[in-house]
Design a protein around this ligand. Structure first.
Ligand code: HEM
Length: 471
């Protein structure tokens, strides 16, 4: 009996010793000199569990904020950096090699040839065509369409409490479908939206792609249905021709570009249409919902926005519809948008890169092959840069903000391709809202955010009651 206990203790001690040695080997031996301080957490898993916990409870921003140094997530040593110098690294960044776990998942979800996954010259080529498709003529043609959509959306809110975020999600989805494919809201577009919801909600999950019923498998099924539908639109357009001023038309026949290497294959068109919708859908709904919340909580700023839009409306009486020039004259509203983007933490995890060479940063070395997370949310509320950083104060944009500090749409070679469209979408919606309606939020504490997919969104959906103004 005694012998058995002793042997058991011996085996236990042996296991502890082996685990400790393994831990020391895996963690200590692999840390090169000069890297930033921090903890690698557990062998192999690193701090992935802590990270996921934070992500779903209070948002990844808090995890990064506490680290802002070395960590180990998704099987890869990772350095979290922040500030203008970190943002500057994005200037010449032609690469976005995603982490071990993420990269295959992203390939499965968005396709090899989407802007998200292309690098270097391939990315440059694709971006050239895609930016060409969002030219001024296309953007201007969207203004009356967005105005009509804003009017219809707000009309559907009249008379009952609605969840602003959910309704704005429909608005932003239909806006992008108009821009890309000239599709109007209908039961058909709503089916596509439901599939996008599935893709966004279940896309970031354990990559069990061949297990029917698993979250990731559901996301892939949704992708397949979406790809089939976009393919049909492309084929129909090829058969019937279409003079629509939309992005697809341009992608199928890039105007003014004669080089054959700039013509996109059907696979490239479909991957990029899909990624475009994904990139512009929930980002813009979260931003618009945040703007509504902030304006509701700040009546003084709301009145200044209203005054600006009354002025625009008076100037418009002769011309009728909103114009590009009028949108560009909405300076105060643009400052409100900038301030809302600063306060919304959108894109906390977007700036994930893998270093292609050793990078010297603030006295440390980030070794080649390590992941880098550029934690822009920390800079957004840095008190050394922004006085009273948590206060909603659009007037702070009256002064010039130092370069590279605020990058809501990214920076450098991968700056948001839909930035201009997102801005006009938000301006047109706010114009229609403040011109025609008064509103109030029906709950308090509307500023809590949650992650249910890729982008943070308001936890309570921002319940709102709107009332038509009578003149
Ligand atoms: C308020 C709304 C939006 C925000 C805050 C936002 C933010 C961003 C950010 C931060 C990036 C850079 C990611 C990186 O460097 O890794 C990005 C990229 C991108 N965005 Fe947006 N975005 C918004 C709306 C849109 C819209 C409406 C569209 C399309 C119509 C769009 C299309 C894209 C595309 C295609 C890229 C990839 C660019 C590339 O890799 O070259 N975005 N966005």
């Amino acid at each position: 009996m005694m012998d058995n206990v002793f042997i058991g203790q011996l085996i236990g001690a042996g296991l502890v010793l082996i685990c400790s040695l393994l831990w020391l080997f895996l963690i200590r031996v692999k840390i090169p000199k000069g890297v930033p301080p921090g903890s690698f957490g557990w062998p192999l898993l690193g701090e992935t569990i802590e990270y996921l916990n934070y992500r779903y409870k209070s948002g990844a921003a808090a995890f990064f904020n506490e680290r802002r140094k070395r960590t180990h997530i998704f099987f890869c040593p990772t350095v979290v950096i922040a500030g203008a110098d970190a943002h500057k690294l994005l200037q010449n960044d032609g690469y976005r090699t995603l982490t071990f776990g993420h990269s295959q998942m992203m390939r499965d979800l968005f396709g090899e040839t989407s802007l998200l996954l292309t690098e270097g010259d391939q990315h440059k080529r694709m971006r050239k065509v895609i930016l060409g498709s969002m030219n001024l003529k296309v953007l201007k043609s969207q203004i009356p369409i967005l105005e009509g959509l804003s009017i219809e959306t707000l009309k559907s809110w009249e008379g009952a409490e609605v969840l602003a975020y959910d309704e704005l999600a429909k608005f932003t989805f239909y806006s992008i479908m108009g821009l890309l494919l000239s599709l109007k809201p209908s039961p058909y577009t709503e089916t596509l939206r439901q599939d996008f919801q599935i893709l966004a909600k279940y896309g970031v999950s354990l990559p069990l792609k061949n297990i029917p019923g698993s979250s990731f498998n559901r996301a892939l099924q949704a992708r397949k249905r979406l790809v089939d539908e976009i393919k049909k639109v492309v084929e129909d357009r090829r058969k019937d021709g279409n003079a629509s001023e939309d992005v697809l038309n341009y992608l199928m026949q890039p105007k003014g570009i004669s080089r054959s290497d700039l013509h996109l294959s059907d696979e490239e068109i479909i991957d990029n249409v899909l990624f475009f919708i994904f990139a512009g859908y929930e980002t813009t709904s979260t931003a618009l919902a945040k703007i509504i919340q902030l304006l509701s909580d700040h009546p003084h700023e709301q009145n200044l926005v209203k005054a600006e839009h009354q002025r625009v409306q008076q100037e418009l009486e002769d011309e009728g519809c909103l114009t590009w020039e009028k949108l560009k004259s909405m300076h105060y509203t643009s400052m409100v948008i900038n301030e809302a983007l600063r306060l919304s933490h959108l894109g906390t995890e977007v700036f994930l890169r893998t270093s292609k060479e050793d990078i010297a940063f603030h006295g440390y070395t980030i070794p080649r092959g390590w992941n880098i997370i550029i934690d822009k949310a920390t800079t957004d509320i840095n008190p050394d840069i922004f006085e009273e950083p948590l206060k909603f104060n659009p007037d702070r944009f009256q002064k010039n903000i130092p370069p590279y500090v605020l990058i809501p749409f990214g920076s450098g070679t991968r700056i948001c391709a839909g930035m201009e469209f997102a801005n006009i979408e938000m301006l047109v919606f706010i114009h229609t809202l403040v011109k025609n309606y008064s509103w109030r939020l029906t709950q308090e504490h509307n500023d809590e955010m949650e992650f249910t997919g890729v982008v943070e969104k308001p936890k309570n959906g921002i319940p709102i009651l709107i009332q038509k103004l009578h003149f």
